[in-house]
Design a protein around this ligand. Structure first.
Ligand code: CMX
Ligand code: CO
Length: 147
């Protein structure tokens, strides 16, 4: 069902400072930056390695753009740090349906738009041992977006 770690999402208060830390400390470079209004974040993807399903694994640095967004709420309660993990799959709707059948709450009825044209959904952290878990179907040419 899942074929890679797609990314690890890290909540930060200042995206530019976080990018600088990862660049100056580890030499990681930003592959992609975008604002996702629906998710309430400004984000940077740092590609770490390719994966044997033809995809890749990233760090996703997340700065909130609204006080009522999930990342803003997380920063207020927990401070900066790891916010979620994300598994890659060839079919996010199918993977979500399978996980839902196994008793885990899936947060979206239908997948939404994620980084770099991907389709995403989330699993409730309370059903996953305290780990907010995202499912990601990476964009391939011609892939439909959720809108
Ligand atoms: N990891 C683990 N636990 C988390 C969590 C996280 N990231 N965020 C919240 N929780 C826990 C809280 O600690 C809290 O637990 P307690 O009641 O035991 O204290 C509980 O969940 C409820 O917390 P809350 O602050 O009231 O948060 P909400 O219920 O309002 O929202 C959630 C939680 C998961 C539904 C919400 O964060 C959500 O919809 N997340 C999915 C979307 C998202 O995170 N988008 C940003 C990333 C975008 C991207 O990756 O592209
Ligand atoms: Co993510």
């Amino acid at each position: 069902m899942f074929t890679r770690i797609d990314h690890i999402g890290i909540a930060c208060r200042n995206l530019d400072e976080a990018i600088r830390f990862y660049r100056e400390t580890y030499g990681f470079e930003v592959t992609h930056e975008e604002v996702n209004e629906e998710q309430g974040v400004r984000e940077a993807m740092l590609r770490i390695n390719g994966t044997d399903d033809g995809g890749a694994s990233y760090l996703q640095l997340l700065e909130p753009i609204r006080d009522d967004s999930p990342v803003a709420k997380f920063l207020e309660r927990h401070g900066e740090g790891v916010h979620h993990i994300a598994f890659g799959t060839a079919d996010v709707a199918e993977a979500a349906a399978t996980v839902r059948e196994r008793g885990v709450r899936v947060l979206y009825e239908t997948p939404r738009n994620g980084s770099m044209g991907s389709l995403i959904t989330f699993l409730h952290p309370k059903d996953c041992g305290g780990v907010l878990t995202e499912l990601v179907q990476a964009r391939t040419d011609g892939a439909p977006s959720a809108e």
